[in-house]
Design a protein around this ligand. Structure first.
Ligand code: SF4
Length: 342
């Protein structure tokens, strides 16, 4: 039986350097290979023309490239691109390129499903998937860069899966993306989105304080939140807000509160008042997002006049409140619409 071969992109720079040293190769090889893998996003042996053929042949005996295949690529009017990706083990995921006026954003998935069960999200219907390896998350970024012919300036870990449910992989992926000899995305341009795993919010602040955080609130009322986000039963809002305060103090950065507006469910003035009271001691920015329709789910987006009213109610507080424009709904690429359609 063959020994299972590691994907070469799962090795650290020091491990690569060590391998070249052990094989009597010059030390610059590690830098060449690292740049090809992590800056240019080379994803197969044939693309590694920087290395002599005999060296590539030796490496193939020890390492592999696990293929990530683009099963489907869709572009919406306006330039949003959604890639549906398939892995050798039969799992699927999706990632999205979001063009904006003066910059673009890569929305990356961290899992191939999600066990959080949010009632308004299509990914939840898939159930738990597997965690993506850090290099697999990085590959999403490179594939989006190639598909869009443009390197995204921002990265949001907001695609399929809960980033704090696979915290270490998310942090390692962010570090790979931030590497100046790799994709070189600044930490200030990367945001981790969570539905609220309180202990992991604190852990994130301690392990990687350079990453920004966005918390998806769904409802300021604990009972309603538990109905919309089943994982909320384990982590009450008071604990989450206290963890976010800890995060803000440890990182010196304000969190973003993402609020998905569902018509007739969480868009009343009472909700707005409860949000303001919940956030009294948490300096933060609030992003309002309109629900994106999913044929399988019975929620609806509020009228735009109601969204504006909701924004005005929240503006009675000290926070900046922005209505975030949804992109890619035509190709089911918007928030809550990803479902790994391979
Ligand atoms: S909203 Fe996020 S955390 Fe909730 S089920 Fe969907 S992917 Fe998972």
């Amino acid at each position: 039986m063959n020994h299972p071969r590691f994907d070469i992109r799962s090795l650290s720079f020091d491990q690569l350097a060590e391998w070249f040293r052990e094989h009597g190769e010059p030390s610059y090889r590690a830098g060449q290979l690292w740049q090809a893998l992590h800056s240019q996003g080379v994803g197969d042996w044939d693309g590694l023309i920087i290395l002599p053929k005999r060296l590539r042949e030796t490496m193939t005996r020890e390492f592999a490239f696990q293929l990530t295949t683009i099963a489907k690529a869709q572009t919406a009017p306006g330039g949003t691109i959604k890639l549906s990706l398939a892995y050798a083990d039969g799992c699927n995921t999706e990632c999205v390129f979001l063009p904006q006026k003066d910059h673009s954003t890569a929305c990356l998935s961290v899992q191939t499903g999600c066990r959080m069960g949010c009632k308004f999200c299509r990914t939840a219907m898939l159930g738990a998937g597997r965690n993506l390896e850090p290099y697999e998350i990085e590959v999403e970024f490179h594939l989006l860069t190639k598909a869009a012919a443009e390197k995204p300036r921002n990265v949001v870990f907001m695609g399929m899966g809960e980033p704090l449910d696979c915290l270490l992989n998310t942090i390692m992926a962010a570090r790979l993306l931030a590497d100046p000899a790799g994709a070189d995305v600044g930490f200030r341009k990367m945001t981790v989105s969570t539905v609220g795993i309180a202990p992991a919010i604190r852990e994130l602040a301690q392990l990687e304080p350079r990453l920004k955080i966005a918390f998806s609130l769904a409802s300021p009322f604990q009972q309603q939140r538990e109905e919309l986000v089943p994982s909320a039963r384990k982590y009450p809002l008071t604990e989450i807000i206290s963890a976010l305060r800890f995060h803000a103090q440890a990182t010196h950065r304000q969190p973003t509160i993402e609020y998905l507006l569902l018509a007739g469910i969480n868009d009343s003035e009472e909700h707005a008042r409860a949000i303001l009271s919940l956030l009294t001691k948490l300096p933060c920015k609030i992003n309002l997002i309109s629900y994106n329709t999913n044929p399988e789910l019975s929620f609806h987006a509020p009228e735009s006049a109601q969204m504006l009213r909701f924004q005005q109610w929240l503006r009675k507080g000290p926070n900046t409140v922005i209505i975030r424009k949804s992109l890619g709904a035509e190709i089911s690429a918007a928030c809550g619409q990803l479902a790994g359609e391979g």
